[in-house]
Design a protein around this ligand. Structure first.
Ligand SMILES: [Zn+2]
Length: 267
């Protein structure tokens, strides 16, 4: 059974969520989803924007990253944030990187004193952790990453470096939910070809063509097919567009918005 849900946390005025599925390892693994409060950026004000946007300043982003690091007790940890390109590339975070591993959509983490971060506004975080080897990965998946196999590539990399599939713990989402995610006929057809009639992933619209897509269900299906036991899977279980007061939403805010983050640190 997939474990639903997340827990809200608040410290030093900053709000964030943790996934219930990672709760047993909370003393050695810090893995969180940030929210928009409480920072120094616009969108529209006092936002905790963590991504580089042309509407925001470098000083704001640095201050926001410092605030969340401090609230999480990760002072002194260096931020490593991907330049995401809607692909399936994976880079390993190292202390030699100056903030970015370059163009990729997933960061593999196996050392301390680093924060691996994926920046989001409706796209889904995919998180993997191997408690036996104490290493993990944060990934970014919108519809393109879901179709091109980000989840499968992430499991493949963990296995390549020595993980056993049955040891992996994974979380999917939250991102934009089926309540808010209608796609046109072209994208709907791509999903039908990849996922067929798998339960609950694609709901055809009867009127204008196109479909409603459940990206959490789609990526959970890929993790299951990749050999992760169902009881090791967690999901966000809510929609970031519906909760745009708490999370940045590209679709709801028509592109003019910031970025929250899925962050992982090994402690
Ligand atoms: Zn929604």
């Amino acid at each position: 059974m997939t474990q639903d849900g997340m827990q809200p946390h608040r410290h030093e005025g900053i709000n964030w969520y943790t996934w219930n599925i990672f709760e047993p390892w909370k003393d050695r693994l810090s893995v969180v989803l940030t929210t928009r409060s409480e920072g120094v950026s616009p969108f529209p004000k006092n936002s905790l924007n963590l991504g580089r946007r042309i509407e925001d300043s470098e000083a704001n982003i640095r201050e926001n990253r410092q605030r969340i690091s401090s609230a999480l007790g990760l002072d002194g940890y260096s931020w490593i944030a991907a330049n995401q390109v809607h692909g399936t590339g994976i880079r390993r975070a190292t202390a030699l990187m100056s903030e970015s591993p370059g163009a990729c959509d997933a960061i593999f983490l196996n050392s301390t004193e680093l924060i691996a971060a994926i920046l989001l506004a409706d796209c889904l975080p995919l998180i993997l952790y191997d408690p036996v080897r104490h290493e993990g990965m944060v990934c970014h998946a919108g519809w393109r990453g879901t179709i091109s196999g980000m989840a499968q590539a992430a499991v493949g990399r963990m296995v390549d470096v020595g993980s056993r599939r049955e040891d992996l713990i994974a979380a999917v989402g939250p991102g934009i939910g089926p309540c808010c995610y209608e796609v046109g006929e072209e994208v709907a057809e791509i999903f039908r070809k990849k996922f067929g009639a798998d339960d609950g992933i694609i709901t055809d619209r009867t009127d204008a063509g196109g479909a409603v897509i459940d990206l959490e269900a789609a990526n959970l299906a890929v993790f299951r097919q990749s050999g992760i036991p169902s009881e090791h899977l967690g999901r966000g279980g809510f929609c970031t567009a519906c909760r745009s007061a708490e999370f940045f939403s590209h679709r709801k805010e028509r592109g003019l918005t910031g970025r929250h983050a899925a962050m992982m640190a090994l402690v």
